[in-house]
Design a protein around this ligand. Sequence first.
Ligand code: PMP
Length: 390
Amino acid sequence: ERSRCFNFSAGPAMLPDLVLDKIVGELGDYDGLGMSILEMGHRDAGGPVQEVLQEATDCVRHILGVPSNYAVIWQQGGAHGQFAAVPLNLLRDKTQADYVDTGVWSRRAMNEARKFCTVRVCAELREEGGRLEVPPVSEWNLSDESAYVHICGNDTISGVEFLEDLDLGDRLLVADFTSTLLSRPVNISRYAALYCSAGKNLGPAGVCLVVVRRDLLDFALPQTPMVLHWKAAAETSPIPSLANTPPVFSIFACGHVLKGLRRSFGDVGTLDNVKRRTQRRASAVYKIIDESNGFYINKVASAVRSQTTICFTFGRDATVQRQWTGSITDTVKPTDLEEGFMREAKQRRMNGLAGHPAFGGIRICLYNGLPDEAVDEVLRLLRDFAVAES
Ligand code: PMP
């Protein structure tokens, strides 16, 4: 029997076995120096901590193909820190920003932004003929008075994803890529800035990656806290992201995840290869849902169906209302079918399948660290459970 559980949770997500082994193997004694990287100072110019930081940053640049006119920085405070950092760094002389509402994470971003500016909801998730859709950009109510347009690249709770990089022309597009970065290639130049809190594809929680166009670094509001100040992070010497003590463990581990991705998916076209696997795995899950004669229900329109966080409910629970865009602090009671599904999953050593506590349902997250074997196992569970309950 396999020793590890398969973890389908929305985050923290599984790390590949080999990556975990490398982290553990290197942690006690870094490079034969008789010290752990966790005990070393970040001010040692060219020393191990700076080396780890530089290597992880270079890996991000390589894998994502980040153009040279973009800065890559690591900050603390997670995505929630960036929910505040975005308006603080980008409002400039403006007092409002446009936000697209595709679920809870969009709303969390708006709640922070409202502390600094007027938030306009320029588009929102809508239900059309029983399908959840995002209106096309041509229908967004964008304002020339807004400093930027914010989207959530993949709403981890509603399972709604922007599968393509949008073209907003000269408007500054900012995206929360927390639950989708590294699942497909990204055309960075379409974005003014994007951020990704670790805990899913990137590595263990504790750090947030920010990629921002360098010409936008000059506009931070004077009251911007130093730890959220993009320019302060981009311009530290001798390398970026040394404004204060960096979260060394998290960056060290993210570096291993990134190197692991290059090993497994190749150095050239890494994310094209990852995308193929992501799509293959997601479509196998959606196929079972769609062919279950309404036993499993996912209402997201195919154009915006998340490839990594797949949410569904049971047709027989139709009377139970699910508010995908409600409040994150609500809690709903799982239905008998949901409990039964999770009980069966647990017996098969799969966990993390419960939907977000506020919304219920079931959620299957297919992050990069999840082995194919785990996907096969969950597909089997989906098939078996539908047969057993029918
Ligand atoms: N945005 C998205 C899309 C997320 O999935 C999450 C975490 N689940 C967050 C933001 C919040 O990240 P953090 O807890 O690191 O602030």
